[in-house]
Design a protein around this ligand. Structure first.
Ligand code: URA
Length: 440
Protein backbone atom coordinates (compact mmCIF):
# COMPACT_ATOMS: atom_id res chain seq x y z
CA UNK A 1 0.00 0.00 0.00
CA UNK A 2 2.91 2.32 0.59
CA UNK A 3 4.68 1.45 -2.66
CA UNK A 4 5.26 4.35 -5.02
CA UNK A 5 2.74 4.89 -7.76
CA UNK A 6 4.56 4.36 -11.07
CA UNK A 7 1.52 5.12 -13.21
CA UNK A 8 1.94 8.89 -13.31
CA UNK A 9 0.81 10.41 -16.57
CA UNK A 10 2.90 12.55 -18.89
CA UNK A 11 1.21 15.69 -17.55
CA UNK A 12 1.92 14.92 -13.88
CA UNK A 13 5.64 14.99 -13.28
CA UNK A 14 5.46 14.39 -9.50
CA UNK A 15 5.57 10.81 -8.22
CA UNK A 16 2.45 10.12 -6.15
CA UNK A 17 3.13 8.41 -2.79
CA UNK A 18 0.12 6.06 -2.76
CA UNK A 19 -1.98 3.97 -5.09
CA UNK A 20 -5.65 5.03 -4.95
CA UNK A 21 -6.92 1.48 -5.56
CA UNK A 22 -5.00 0.23 -2.50
CA UNK A 23 -6.69 2.88 -0.36
CA UNK A 24 -10.14 1.98 -1.72
CA UNK A 25 -9.43 -1.66 -0.75
CA UNK A 26 -8.57 -0.61 2.83
CA UNK A 27 -12.01 0.98 3.28
CA UNK A 28 -13.72 -1.85 1.38
CA UNK A 29 -12.34 -4.28 4.01
CA UNK A 30 -13.57 -1.97 6.78
CA UNK A 31 -10.07 -1.03 8.00
CA UNK A 32 -8.91 2.47 8.91
CA UNK A 33 -6.95 4.74 6.58
CA UNK A 34 -3.84 6.28 8.09
CA UNK A 35 -3.42 10.05 8.40
CA UNK A 36 -0.97 10.39 5.45
CA UNK A 37 -3.39 8.38 3.26
CA UNK A 38 -6.29 10.72 4.00
CA UNK A 39 -4.14 13.85 3.59
CA UNK A 40 -2.96 12.61 0.21
CA UNK A 41 -6.40 11.42 -0.97
CA UNK A 42 -8.11 14.74 -0.32
CA UNK A 43 -5.26 16.73 -1.85
CA UNK A 44 -4.98 14.43 -4.88
CA UNK A 45 -8.76 14.50 -5.44
CA UNK A 46 -8.86 18.31 -5.23
CA UNK A 47 -6.12 18.66 -7.85
CA UNK A 48 -7.79 16.08 -10.12
CA UNK A 49 -5.29 13.20 -9.79
CA UNK A 50 -7.76 10.89 -8.01
CA UNK A 51 -10.66 10.39 -10.42
CA UNK A 52 -14.34 10.91 -9.57
CA UNK A 53 -15.10 7.21 -10.08
CA UNK A 54 -12.34 6.26 -7.60
CA UNK A 55 -13.64 8.75 -5.04
CA UNK A 56 -17.18 7.46 -5.62
CA UNK A 57 -16.01 3.91 -4.81
CA UNK A 58 -14.23 5.15 -1.71
CA UNK A 59 -17.21 7.16 -0.42
CA UNK A 60 -19.47 4.15 -0.95
CA UNK A 61 -17.03 2.01 1.09
CA UNK A 62 -17.10 4.69 3.81
CA UNK A 63 -20.90 4.80 3.61
CA UNK A 64 -21.05 1.03 4.17
CA UNK A 65 -18.19 0.56 6.65
CA UNK A 66 -17.90 3.89 8.51
CA UNK A 67 -14.83 5.70 9.80
CA UNK A 68 -13.08 6.00 13.16
CA UNK A 69 -13.08 9.31 15.03
CA UNK A 70 -9.42 9.89 14.10
CA UNK A 71 -10.13 9.28 10.41
CA UNK A 72 -13.07 11.72 10.45
CA UNK A 73 -10.86 14.35 12.08
CA UNK A 74 -8.12 13.77 9.49
CA UNK A 75 -10.66 14.08 6.68
CA UNK A 76 -12.05 17.33 8.13
CA UNK A 77 -8.59 18.86 8.57
CA UNK A 78 -7.51 17.79 5.07
CA UNK A 79 -10.61 19.44 3.57
CA UNK A 80 -9.92 22.64 5.53
CA UNK A 81 -6.34 22.66 4.16
CA UNK A 82 -7.68 22.36 0.59
CA UNK A 83 -8.62 26.06 0.63
CA UNK A 84 -8.45 29.37 2.45
CA UNK A 85 -9.37 29.93 6.08
CA UNK A 86 -10.75 33.03 7.73
CA UNK A 87 -9.55 34.52 10.99
CA UNK A 88 -11.58 36.86 13.16
CA UNK A 89 -9.13 37.20 16.02
CA UNK A 90 -8.44 40.86 16.72
CA UNK A 91 -12.03 41.81 15.93
CA UNK A 92 -12.61 42.88 19.52
CA UNK A 93 -15.71 40.65 19.79
CA UNK A 94 -16.41 36.98 20.39
CA UNK A 95 -17.62 35.16 17.28
CA UNK A 96 -20.37 32.52 17.44
CA UNK A 97 -22.06 30.85 14.50
CA UNK A 98 -25.02 28.53 14.10
CA UNK A 99 -25.50 25.75 11.57
CA UNK A 100 -28.72 23.87 10.90
CA UNK A 101 -28.77 20.56 9.05
CA UNK A 102 -31.80 21.93 7.21
CA UNK A 103 -35.52 21.51 7.22
CA UNK A 104 -38.86 22.73 5.96
CA UNK A 105 -39.74 26.29 6.97
CA UNK A 106 -36.41 26.63 8.81
CA UNK A 107 -35.90 30.41 8.80
CA UNK A 108 -34.33 30.55 12.27
CA UNK A 109 -31.08 32.20 11.11
CA UNK A 110 -33.03 35.33 10.19
CA UNK A 111 -34.26 36.26 13.67
CA UNK A 112 -31.37 34.49 15.46
CA UNK A 113 -28.35 36.29 13.96
CA UNK A 114 -29.52 39.84 14.82
CA UNK A 115 -30.86 38.69 18.20
CA UNK A 116 -27.44 37.35 19.21
CA UNK A 117 -25.68 40.38 17.67
CA UNK A 118 -27.82 42.67 19.85
CA UNK A 119 -25.75 41.34 22.80
CA UNK A 120 -22.48 42.59 21.28
CA UNK A 121 -21.46 39.22 19.83
CA UNK A 122 -20.33 38.82 16.19
CA UNK A 123 -22.18 36.23 14.08
CA UNK A 124 -20.39 35.23 10.85
CA UNK A 125 -23.08 33.32 8.96
CA UNK A 126 -21.68 32.00 5.70
CA UNK A 127 -24.75 30.50 4.08
CA UNK A 128 -25.87 28.79 0.93
CA UNK A 129 -28.72 28.74 -1.53
CA UNK A 130 -31.40 26.07 -1.41
CA UNK A 131 -31.41 22.97 -3.55
CA UNK A 132 -34.41 20.65 -3.54
CA UNK A 133 -37.07 20.98 -0.86
CA UNK A 134 -34.97 22.74 1.82
CA UNK A 135 -34.77 26.49 1.34
CA UNK A 136 -31.55 28.48 1.43
CA UNK A 137 -31.04 31.39 3.81
CA UNK A 138 -29.61 33.55 1.01
CA UNK A 139 -32.68 32.95 -1.17
CA UNK A 140 -34.89 34.10 1.69
CA UNK A 141 -32.91 37.29 2.34
CA UNK A 142 -32.71 38.08 -1.38
CA UNK A 143 -36.47 38.64 -1.37
CA UNK A 144 -35.74 41.89 0.55
CA UNK A 145 -35.39 44.71 -2.02
CA UNK A 146 -31.73 45.69 -2.50
CA UNK A 147 -30.18 43.05 -0.22
CA UNK A 148 -26.85 41.64 -1.52
CA UNK A 149 -25.52 38.19 -0.57
CA UNK A 150 -22.02 38.67 -2.00
CA UNK A 151 -19.67 40.90 -0.03
CA UNK A 152 -15.88 40.96 0.22
CA UNK A 153 -14.05 39.46 3.20
CA UNK A 154 -12.99 43.01 4.20
CA UNK A 155 -16.59 44.24 4.20
CA UNK A 156 -17.66 41.17 6.17
CA UNK A 157 -15.08 41.94 8.84
CA UNK A 158 -16.10 45.60 8.92
CA UNK A 159 -19.78 44.76 9.48
CA UNK A 160 -18.93 42.20 12.15
CA UNK A 161 -16.77 44.71 14.03
CA UNK A 162 -19.43 47.38 13.70
CA UNK A 163 -22.92 45.89 14.03
CA UNK A 164 -22.12 42.19 14.50
CA UNK A 165 -24.29 40.00 12.28
CA UNK A 166 -23.44 39.12 8.69
CA UNK A 167 -25.27 36.57 6.56
CA UNK A 168 -23.49 36.21 3.24
CA UNK A 169 -22.53 33.79 0.48
CA UNK A 170 -19.76 31.36 1.33
CA UNK A 171 -17.06 31.82 -1.32
CA UNK A 172 -15.84 28.75 -3.18
CA UNK A 173 -12.42 29.30 -1.54
CA UNK A 174 -13.46 27.69 1.77
CA UNK A 175 -12.89 23.90 1.81
CA UNK A 176 -13.08 23.46 -2.00
CA UNK A 177 -12.43 19.71 -1.55
CA UNK A 178 -15.79 19.51 0.20
CA UNK A 179 -17.55 21.34 -2.65
CA UNK A 180 -16.23 18.75 -5.12
CA UNK A 181 -16.88 15.78 -2.85
CA UNK A 182 -20.40 16.90 -1.89
CA UNK A 183 -21.39 17.25 -5.56
CA UNK A 184 -20.09 13.71 -6.16
CA UNK A 185 -21.91 12.30 -3.11
CA UNK A 186 -25.10 13.95 -4.29
CA UNK A 187 -25.13 11.89 -7.50
CA UNK A 188 -23.77 8.61 -6.07
CA UNK A 189 -26.18 8.00 -3.18
CA UNK A 190 -23.57 8.68 -0.49
CA UNK A 191 -24.86 11.86 1.15
CA UNK A 192 -26.37 10.19 4.22
CA UNK A 193 -23.14 8.83 5.77
CA UNK A 194 -22.41 10.31 9.19
CA UNK A 195 -18.58 10.57 8.78
CA UNK A 196 -19.05 12.30 5.43
CA UNK A 197 -21.80 14.68 6.58
CA UNK A 198 -19.90 15.58 9.76
CA UNK A 199 -16.59 16.26 7.98
CA UNK A 200 -18.38 18.19 5.23
CA UNK A 201 -20.24 20.54 7.55
CA UNK A 202 -17.43 20.98 10.07
CA UNK A 203 -14.68 21.60 7.48
CA UNK A 204 -16.62 24.65 6.24
CA UNK A 205 -17.50 25.90 9.72
CA UNK A 206 -13.96 25.52 11.09
CA UNK A 207 -12.46 27.14 7.94
CA UNK A 208 -14.83 30.07 8.47
CA UNK A 209 -12.88 30.95 11.62
CA UNK A 210 -15.68 31.15 14.19
CA UNK A 211 -14.60 30.78 17.82
CA UNK A 212 -17.77 28.95 18.83
CA UNK A 213 -20.53 27.07 17.06
CA UNK A 214 -24.04 25.86 17.87
CA UNK A 215 -25.46 23.08 15.72
CA UNK A 216 -29.17 22.56 15.13
CA UNK A 217 -29.32 18.90 14.16
CA UNK A 218 -32.74 17.96 12.82
CA UNK A 219 -34.48 14.61 12.97
CA UNK A 220 -37.87 13.51 11.62
CA UNK A 221 -39.61 13.13 8.29
CA UNK A 222 -38.57 16.56 6.95
CA UNK A 223 -34.88 16.14 7.88
CA UNK A 224 -32.31 14.23 5.90
CA UNK A 225 -31.73 11.96 8.91
CA UNK A 226 -35.09 10.73 10.22
CA UNK A 227 -34.03 8.74 13.27
CA UNK A 228 -33.29 10.69 16.47
CA UNK A 229 -30.52 8.30 17.57
CA UNK A 230 -28.73 8.72 14.24
CA UNK A 231 -29.02 12.51 14.57
CA UNK A 232 -27.60 12.27 18.08
CA UNK A 233 -24.63 10.35 16.66
CA UNK A 234 -24.18 12.97 13.92
CA UNK A 235 -24.40 15.74 16.54
CA UNK A 236 -21.83 14.05 18.81
CA UNK A 237 -19.46 13.46 15.88
CA UNK A 238 -19.65 17.15 14.89
CA UNK A 239 -19.31 18.41 18.47
CA UNK A 240 -16.17 16.24 18.89
CA UNK A 241 -14.73 17.56 15.61
CA UNK A 242 -15.36 21.14 16.71
CA UNK A 243 -13.72 20.61 20.08
CA UNK A 244 -10.73 18.81 18.53
CA UNK A 245 -10.22 21.87 16.32
CA UNK A 246 -10.49 24.33 19.24
CA UNK A 247 -14.00 25.56 18.34
CA UNK A 248 -16.36 25.48 21.36
CA UNK A 249 -19.29 23.48 19.97
CA UNK A 250 -22.68 22.33 21.28
CA UNK A 251 -25.73 20.89 19.50
CA UNK A 252 -29.48 20.78 19.94
CA UNK A 253 -31.54 17.92 18.49
CA UNK A 254 -34.74 19.39 17.09
CA UNK A 255 -37.95 17.95 15.67
CA UNK A 256 -38.49 18.32 11.91
CA UNK A 257 -41.54 16.10 11.52
CA UNK A 258 -43.82 19.09 10.94
CA UNK A 259 -42.91 22.35 9.16
CA UNK A 260 -41.31 25.01 11.37
CA UNK A 261 -43.60 27.98 11.81
CA UNK A 262 -46.49 28.75 9.50
CA UNK A 263 -44.68 29.69 6.30
CA UNK A 264 -42.54 27.89 3.70
CA UNK A 265 -41.11 30.05 0.92
CA UNK A 266 -38.70 32.95 0.73
CA UNK A 267 -40.60 36.24 1.21
CA UNK A 268 -43.24 34.49 3.35
CA UNK A 269 -40.47 33.30 5.70
CA UNK A 270 -38.91 36.77 5.89
CA UNK A 271 -42.30 38.16 6.90
CA UNK A 272 -42.61 35.57 9.68
CA UNK A 273 -39.06 36.25 10.86
CA UNK A 274 -39.82 39.97 11.12
CA UNK A 275 -42.94 39.15 13.17
CA UNK A 276 -40.72 37.12 15.52
CA UNK A 277 -38.24 39.99 15.79
CA UNK A 278 -41.17 42.23 16.73
CA UNK A 279 -41.90 39.98 19.73
CA UNK A 280 -44.64 37.92 18.00
CA UNK A 281 -44.44 35.13 15.42
CA UNK A 282 -45.42 31.46 15.76
CA UNK A 283 -44.59 29.89 19.12
CA UNK A 284 -42.24 27.22 17.67
CA UNK A 285 -40.18 29.84 15.81
CA UNK A 286 -39.81 31.90 18.95
CA UNK A 287 -39.02 28.82 21.08
CA UNK A 288 -36.25 27.58 18.79
CA UNK A 289 -34.81 31.06 18.23
CA UNK A 290 -34.64 31.60 21.99
CA UNK A 291 -33.14 28.12 22.67
CA UNK A 292 -30.40 28.55 20.04
CA UNK A 293 -29.67 32.14 21.12
CA UNK A 294 -29.18 30.96 24.72
CA UNK A 295 -26.76 28.25 23.53
CA UNK A 296 -24.81 30.76 21.43
CA UNK A 297 -24.67 33.40 24.14
CA UNK A 298 -23.61 30.81 26.73
CA UNK A 299 -20.66 29.88 24.50
CA UNK A 300 -19.95 33.61 24.14
CA UNK A 301 -19.72 33.96 27.93
CA UNK A 302 -23.20 35.44 28.52
CA UNK A 303 -25.20 32.54 30.03
CA UNK A 304 -27.64 34.90 31.76
CA UNK A 305 -28.51 37.06 28.74
CA UNK A 306 -32.25 37.80 28.67
CA UNK A 307 -32.90 36.93 25.04
CA UNK A 308 -36.70 37.08 25.36
CA UNK A 309 -36.49 40.68 26.53
CA UNK A 310 -34.38 41.59 23.47
CA UNK A 311 -37.10 40.19 21.20
CA UNK A 312 -39.85 42.02 23.09
CA UNK A 313 -38.26 45.44 23.55
CA UNK A 314 -37.07 46.11 19.98
CA UNK A 315 -33.30 45.54 20.43
CA UNK A 316 -33.31 42.48 18.15
CA UNK A 317 -35.41 44.36 15.56
CA UNK A 318 -32.96 47.28 15.57
CA UNK A 319 -30.08 44.83 15.01
CA UNK A 320 -32.04 43.24 12.11
CA UNK A 321 -32.55 46.59 10.39
CA UNK A 322 -28.87 47.43 10.79
CA UNK A 323 -27.89 44.01 9.43
CA UNK A 324 -30.15 44.33 6.37
CA UNK A 325 -29.03 47.92 5.60
CA UNK A 326 -25.34 46.97 5.92
CA UNK A 327 -25.82 44.69 2.89
CA UNK A 328 -27.80 47.19 0.81
CA UNK A 329 -31.31 46.05 1.74
CA UNK A 330 -34.27 48.18 2.72
CA UNK A 331 -35.81 46.59 5.84
CA UNK A 332 -38.90 48.81 5.55
CA UNK A 333 -39.67 48.07 1.88
CA UNK A 334 -42.71 45.95 1.04
CA UNK A 335 -41.88 42.28 0.40
CA UNK A 336 -42.93 40.72 -2.91
CA UNK A 337 -46.35 39.05 -2.96
CA UNK A 338 -47.51 36.29 -5.30
CA UNK A 339 -49.78 37.07 -8.24
CA UNK A 340 -52.03 34.06 -7.52
CA UNK A 341 -53.21 32.21 -4.42
CA UNK A 342 -55.16 28.99 -3.89
CA UNK A 343 -56.79 28.18 -0.55
CA UNK A 344 -57.30 24.60 0.70
CA UNK A 345 -60.05 24.22 3.33
CA UNK A 346 -60.87 21.58 5.95
CA UNK A 347 -63.20 18.87 4.61
CA UNK A 348 -64.56 18.24 8.15
CA UNK A 349 -64.36 19.56 11.68
CA UNK A 350 -61.87 18.05 14.16
CA UNK A 351 -58.19 18.35 15.03
CA UNK A 352 -55.13 18.35 12.78
CA UNK A 353 -53.68 14.95 13.68
CA UNK A 354 -50.96 14.68 11.03
CA UNK A 355 -48.97 17.31 9.13
CA UNK A 356 -45.85 16.07 7.37
CA UNK A 357 -43.01 18.49 6.72
CA UNK A 358 -41.51 16.86 3.63
CA UNK A 359 -44.57 17.00 1.30
CA UNK A 360 -45.18 20.63 2.26
CA UNK A 361 -41.53 21.38 1.48
CA UNK A 362 -41.86 19.69 -1.91
CA UNK A 363 -45.14 21.54 -2.54
CA UNK A 364 -43.52 24.93 -1.86
CA UNK A 365 -40.61 23.95 -4.10
CA UNK A 366 -43.00 23.08 -6.94
CA UNK A 367 -44.71 26.45 -6.51
CA UNK A 368 -41.37 28.07 -7.39
CA UNK A 369 -39.85 28.67 -3.92
CA UNK A 370 -36.94 26.29 -4.57
CA UNK A 371 -34.77 25.19 -7.45
CA UNK A 372 -34.25 21.81 -9.14
CA UNK A 373 -30.87 22.79 -10.66
CA UNK A 374 -28.18 25.01 -9.15
CA UNK A 375 -28.55 27.60 -11.92
CA UNK A 376 -32.37 27.96 -11.65
CA UNK A 377 -33.81 31.20 -10.22
CA UNK A 378 -36.26 31.07 -7.30
CA UNK A 379 -39.54 32.97 -7.12
CA UNK A 380 -39.39 35.19 -4.06
CA UNK A 381 -43.14 35.27 -3.37
CA UNK A 382 -43.93 31.58 -3.97
CA UNK A 383 -44.66 29.20 -1.12
CA UNK A 384 -47.18 27.85 1.36
CA UNK A 385 -48.79 29.56 4.31
CA UNK A 386 -50.30 27.24 6.94
CA UNK A 387 -53.36 28.44 8.83
CA UNK A 388 -53.49 25.50 11.26
CA UNK A 389 -50.73 23.42 12.85
CA UNK A 390 -50.60 19.88 14.20
CA UNK A 391 -52.91 19.66 17.23
CA UNK A 392 -55.08 22.69 16.30
CA UNK A 393 -58.88 22.45 16.22
CA UNK A 394 -60.43 23.24 12.83
CA UNK A 395 -64.01 23.68 11.62
CA UNK A 396 -65.34 22.31 8.32
CA UNK A 397 -64.68 24.84 5.53
CA UNK A 398 -61.99 26.70 7.48
CA UNK A 399 -58.82 27.52 5.47
CA UNK A 400 -56.05 24.99 6.25
CA UNK A 401 -53.33 26.45 4.03
CA UNK A 402 -52.83 28.83 1.12
CA UNK A 403 -50.61 28.18 -1.89
CA UNK A 404 -48.83 31.27 -3.29
CA UNK A 405 -47.44 31.29 -6.85
CA UNK A 406 -46.80 33.66 -9.71
CA UNK A 407 -48.10 31.12 -12.25
CA UNK A 408 -51.42 29.35 -11.49
CA UNK A 409 -50.26 26.38 -13.60
CA UNK A 410 -48.03 25.41 -10.66
CA UNK A 411 -50.94 24.74 -8.27
CA UNK A 412 -51.82 21.30 -9.62
CA UNK A 413 -48.38 19.73 -9.08
CA UNK A 414 -48.05 21.39 -5.66
CA UNK A 415 -51.43 19.97 -4.65
CA UNK A 416 -50.28 16.52 -5.79
CA UNK A 417 -47.22 16.87 -3.53
CA UNK A 418 -49.26 17.68 -0.41
CA UNK A 419 -51.98 15.12 -1.13
CA UNK A 420 -52.34 12.95 2.00
CA UNK A 421 -49.82 15.06 3.97
CA UNK A 422 -52.35 16.11 6.60
CA UNK A 423 -55.20 14.40 8.45
CA UNK A 424 -58.12 15.73 10.45
CA UNK A 425 -59.24 13.37 13.22
CA UNK A 426 -61.41 13.36 16.31
CA UNK A 427 -58.77 13.35 19.03
CA UNK A 428 -56.25 16.09 19.65
CA UNK A 429 -52.68 14.74 19.33
CA UNK A 430 -49.90 16.07 21.53
CA UNK A 431 -46.70 17.13 19.79
CA UNK A 432 -43.39 15.85 21.15
CA UNK A 433 -40.90 18.46 22.37
CA UNK A 434 -39.41 20.70 19.69
CA UNK A 435 -35.98 20.58 21.35
CA UNK A 436 -35.58 16.87 22.10
CA UNK A 437 -31.96 16.75 23.23
CA UNK A 438 -28.66 18.52 23.71
CA UNK A 439 -25.13 17.32 22.95
CA UNK A 440 -22.03 18.97 24.36
N1 URA B 1 -24.71 19.76 4.41
C1 URA B 1 -23.40 19.80 4.09
O1 URA B 1 -22.80 20.86 4.03
N2 URA B 1 -22.77 18.62 3.87
C2 URA B 1 -23.39 17.43 3.94
O2 URA B 1 -22.76 16.43 3.73
C3 URA B 1 -24.76 17.40 4.24
C4 URA B 1 -25.40 18.59 4.49
Amino acid sequence: MTTSDTSSTASSAAVEPFDTVDLIRVKRRGDALETPHIDWLIDAYTRGYVADEQMAALTMAIFLNGMERREIRDMTLAMIRSGETMDFTGLGKTTVDKHSTGGVGDKITLPLAPLVASFGVAVPQLSGRGLGHTGGTLDKLESIPGWQASISNERMREIMADSGAVVCAAGSGLAPADGKLYALRDITGTVEAIPLIASSIMSKKIAEGTAALVLDVKFGSGAFIQDIEQSRLLAQTMVDLGKDAGVATTALLTDMNVPLGLTIGNALEVRESVETLAGGGPSDIRELTVALAREMLTLAGQPDADVEAALDDGRAMDAWKTMIRAQGGDPDAALPTARETHVVTAARSGFVTDQQALPFGIGAWRLGAGRARKQDPVQAAAGIELHAKLGDAVAEGQPLFTLHADEPARFERALEAVEGAWTIGDERVERGPLVAGRVS
